[in-house]
Design a protein around this ligand. Structure first.
Ligand code: SAM
Length: 345
């Protein structure tokens, strides 16, 4: 085998084994490995970890050592005995007690997204999401399929919160939003981004607009409902009147929908918006030619298997905003996964 062939084969192996890496991460989180190590007063051996988690010592040792290779754990060996502890990555993002923990999103990816991706080839054939195939539920009404049980709705809502604890301030600081004191977060779910917004802009008030089931779930199961300068409003953003605001935020909403549905929603927001008011679109932006970044391309395929939409280039969003009547577009790349586009009425 030439060295070129060898390199190509290694790359192929890395790609085909990629799902195993995700599963190691999902399993270690589900079993509580990172929480146990965070709570332990000192690094623990595999036998102790297994005893405390109620798992096999054989499987636990294999899992822990693989986590070390993935830099999720570090190991120290003294007199032939290995002891494991969390790395900075796992302490920050995988331990439940950390304010930046991504555990809910990992659980959602493991339980829901992963199963939809098992039907990716079929999604490409059909050009549509795979709820029927993966869960036996029809998806004519997208969010009826996404929220197919109370448990699934709560998991989705908690999963969506996780990213804003890491990236919320960065996207909201991409533009100075202080000239917009009254904000409506359209499809704002549990209010996680609204919370970041009120903390970054002490003069602003945010109304989170979402469907009644979501607002009711926030009020009964989420701790920070209706606190201070955040309020919730129930309705269907395709049909019902939208709250008055100086700025309408659409974070990870347009990527759920076809161009036609986005145009309908943006036209409604344009009608509700005062002259001089604005709309802030927060999405993961594709490069101008649509051929990168890889993470956003994967998210776009994720929209194929899980929604009716896709990720878009800045020009595609600008086209939709312009058709709805918006102008004065500004697009800011944040250097993170999510970017921001501001437009004015
Ligand atoms: C992908 S989530 C994004 C949530 C939030 N903006 C975020 O970035 O975390 C889409 C949101 O739109 C809401 N939504 C979907 N259809 C809606 C409708 N017809 N009217 C109001 N909200 C809707 C969902 O409940 C969900 O909270």
């Amino acid at each position: 085998m030439s060295s070129c062939e060898e390199q190509a084969y290694r790359l192929l192996t890395e790609y085909s084994n990629g799902f195993m890496v995700s599963q190691v991460l999902f399993a270690a989180c589900e079993l509580g490995v990172f929480d146990l190590l965070a709570e332990a007063p000192e690094p623990l051996g595999a036998v102790t970890v297994a005893a405390q988690l109620g798992t096999s010592s054989h499987g636990t040792e294999l899992l822990l050592d693989t986590c070390v290779s993935l830099k999720l754990l570090q190991v120290e060996t003294r007199r032939g005995k290995a002891s494991y502890q969390n790395t900075e990555l796992s302490s920050t993002y995988l331990v439940r007690a950390s304010p930046k923990c991504q555990g809910n999103m990992l659980r959602y990816l493991a339980r829901t997204t992963y199963l939809c991706w098992g039907h990716l080839a079929q999604a490409v054939r059909d050009g549509k999401n795979q709820y029927q195939e993966a869960f036996g539920v029809p998806s004519d009404e997208l969010f009826t399929a996404i929220y197919r049980s109370e448990g699934e709705r709560r998991l989705f809502m908690r999963a969506l919160q996780d990213v804003w604890s890491v990236s919320g301030r960065r996207v909201l600081a991409a533009f100075d939003l202080s000239p917009f004191p009254v904000i409506c977060d359209v499809g704002g779910c549990s209010g996680a981004l609204a919370k970041e917004c009120t903390s970054l802009y002490p003069g602003c008030w945010v109304t989170v607009f979402d469907i009644p089931e979501v607002v009711q779930t926030v009020k009964t199961h989420f701790s920070f409902s209706e606190e201070g300068r955040i309020s919730f409003c129930e309705g269907d953003f395709f049909k019902d009147p939208l709250p008055e605001a100086d700025l309408y935020i659409l974070a990870r909403v347009l990527h759920d929908w076809t161009d036609a549905r986005c145009s309908h929603l943006l036209a409604r927001i344009h009608r509700a918006c005062k002259p001089g008011g604005g709309v802030l679109v927060i999405e993961s932006l594709l490069d101008a030619d649509g051929r990168g970044p890889l993470t956003t391309q994967l998210y776009s395929l994720n929209m194929l298997v899980q929604t009716e939409g896709r990720e878009r280039t800045p020009a595609q969003y600008l086209g939709l905003l312009a058709a709805a009547g918006f102008q004065d577009f500004q697009c800011r790349r944040t250097g993170g996964i999510y970017d921001a586009i501001l437009a004015r009425r």
